[in-house]
Design a binder for this molecule. Structure first.
Ligand SMILES: Cc1cc2nc3c(=O)[nH]c(=O)nc-3n(C[C@H](O)[C@H](O)[C@H](O)COP(=O)(O)OP(=O)(O)OC[C@H]3O[C@@H](n4cnc5c(N)ncnc54)[C@H](O)[C@@H]3O)c2cc1C
Length: 500
């Protein structure tokens, strides 16, 4: 058994995916496995990827990062959710908060109580029942409480950070734990003549990196999983037509908003991600609807501060590889697939790839059953996120050609049924391991204008007047709590040790 153990892992690529994988493996295996990472400064990284979702806490704690140290090193800010501006229609705004709505009352899920209260005359917007949203509105921030009786227990949070600094931070942590970084371009890939397994990478500088397991973190190039193993890419651009982005940082403005802003535009949407030292901005667009020059002009015309660099153009295609693990090659990060950054899911997908790899870590024979499990769960993750993103594009009243096309396009079956079920009965029927849970689907369905016509009959066990009063009471508790909670900039300054 011992002799079959994997002893040497080689990671190709040192972007966010490469260094997250190196950090996790070195932390988890210690000296039992040697980790070597090959990257090329000349090629560089994608370098964007600045907004995260609350699952990031799992990864940061897995690799043992101290929160204050992490905030300082990556110039991070806190994120309570995403404000969607002009998506349903120009002039409309809604918020997708982290955490959950209302309070955990016994019986039926809270949103059915809200729906029932609405039919009994309580016209309360969903946002009034989210502490995270109300805090974001006022640039305030608080951490979740573990006490289920406190309204603070309804909160969730993530971070915005500088992706380049995060990778550099993880590199320092990984190198301290013994990861060897090799600089250079990939030259050739050697394979075992009998098994076809990859046995070594050679570099442009003449080094030879032998390994038992190879992690492809080479980004969109997908140098191992595509070029060597030949795993095809499944194209989803008929559902998610944006295929380019132009990104530019600009000077920061105070106060720092504790949320990402996503503004729909004629040919796509624009992100705004506040960091401690700057604001990250980008316009994600469909290249058949907008030229690169027009996209750059739109982005530069919609910045809060002066641009701090030349706009940077990125090309991509939505889709994935059904089998990111084949033989002894595992693709993690952009090499395994890409879904545009609308819900900040790529870094989550990296860490969920790492979590799966740790759970299913093979011996040298790379048992195909382990790979198969990895691949099935990865495909399920991607499918679920894809459907959630499509919902944003589809449920809109905007009139530009891109949006009219998305409104009319045929949807994946599961998504079509989910929307219809919510519309009919207010029911959100999710699989147990889906990433986005009830609160997220509810935020976007309601925010994009899909209204539930029914609710779970269980809610009828509650007296209508009592239900109305309780729902209103929770909104009041939230409204009273908000002004008592600190400003986001003050919490940040206290954490990183600078005056606010
Ligand atoms: C427009 C845009 C916005 C995004 N925004 C977000 C966001 O807000 N939140 C989020 O979670 N994610 C976001 N992402 C995704 C995020 O940027 C990526 O998931 C993340 O950066 C991981 O990239 P990677 O490490 O897989 O690839 P890369 O960053 O491309 O790294 C690839 C690595 O491979 C190396 N390499 C490539 N070829 C060779 C070679 N021949 N020899 C040696 N080394 C080689 C490179 O040097 C580099 O080190 C965004 C992506 C895009 C395109």
């Amino acid at each position: 058994m011992e002799s079959r153990r994997i002893r040497r892992v080689v990671i190709l690529g040192g972007g966010t995916a490469g260094w997250m994988t190196a950090g996790a493996l070195s932390h988890s295996f210690g000296a039992a496995v040697t980790v070597t990472l090959l990257e090329s400064e000349e090629i560089g990284t994608v370098g964007v990827g600045e907004a995260t979702i609350p699952t990031i806490h799992w990864f940061n704690s897995l690799v043992g990062l101290d929160e204050a140290d992490f905030l300082r090193a990556t110039k991070a800010t806190f994120k309570l959710g995403i404000a969607f501006v002009d998506w349903r229609a120009p002039g409309h705004r809604y918020f997708h908060p982290f955490g959950h709505y209302g309070a955990a009352l016994p019986g039926v899920a809270f949103h059915h109580r809200w729906l029932k209260a609405a039919t009994n005359g309580l016209a309360l917007p969903l946002g009034a029942l989210s502490l995270a949203e109300r805090l974001a509105d006022e640039n305030r921030f608080a951490r979740p409480s573990g006490d289920a009786r406190s309204i603070l227990s309804s909160l969730g949070y993530a971070y915005h950070f500088d992706a380049g600094l995060y990778a550099a931070y993880l590199r320092r942590v990984s190198e301290t734990r013994g990861v060897t970084r090799v600089e250079g371009r990939l030259n050739t890939v050697e394979r075992h003549p009998d098994t076809g397994f990859v046995s070594a990478l050679t570099t442009s500088r003449g080094e030879r990196l032998e390994g038992d397991l190879f992690i492809d973190c080479s980004g969109f190039r997908a140098l191992l999983i595509d070029d060597v193993v030949g795993e095809p890419f499944e194209d989803w651009s008929h559902w998610l037509p944006c295929d380019r982005a132009v990104a530019v940082p600009c000077a920061r403005v105070a106060p720092t908003t504790p949320y990402t802003r996503s503004t729909a535009r004629a040919a796509g949407w624009q992100w705004r991600i506040p960091l401690q030292h700057r604001i990250g901005n980008g316009y994600v667009y469909a290249s058949d609807q907008c030229s690169d020059d027009a996209a750059i002009a739109t982005l530069l015309a919609n910045l809060d501060g002066e641009p701090l660099a030349e706009p940077r153009l990125l090309r991509f295609k939505a889709g994935m590889r059904r089998r990111p693990w084949r033989d002894n090659v595992v693709a993690i990060g952009l090499s395994s697939g890409f879904l545009e950054p609308l819900e900040s899911t790529s870094i989550h997908l990296i860490q969920s790839g790492i979590a799966k790899l740790l759970t299913l870590f093979p011996d040298r024979d790379c048992d195909p059953a382990l790979a198969s499990r990895f691949n099935t769960t990865f495909a399920r993750d991607m499918d679920g996120i894809k459907d959630f993103l499509i919902l944003h594009y589809h449920a809109t009243g905007r009139e530009e050609p891109l949006w009219r096309h998305c409104r009319a396009m045929s949807l994946p079956d599961g998504l079509r049924e989910r929307i219809a079920q919510y519309r009919r009965s207010g029911r959100l029927i999710l699989d147990p391991d889906e990433l986005f849970r009830e609160a997220s689907w509810l935020a976007v369905l309601d925010g994009q204008g899909i209204k539930a016509q029914g609710y779970n009959p269980l809610a009828d066990a509650i007296d209508p007047a009592a239900n109305r009063a309780q729902v209103q009471q929770i909104a009041d508790v939230i409204a009273r709590a908000v002004p008592t909670l600190p400003m986001h900039d003050a919490v940040l300054a206290q954490m990183i040790g600078t005056p606010s």
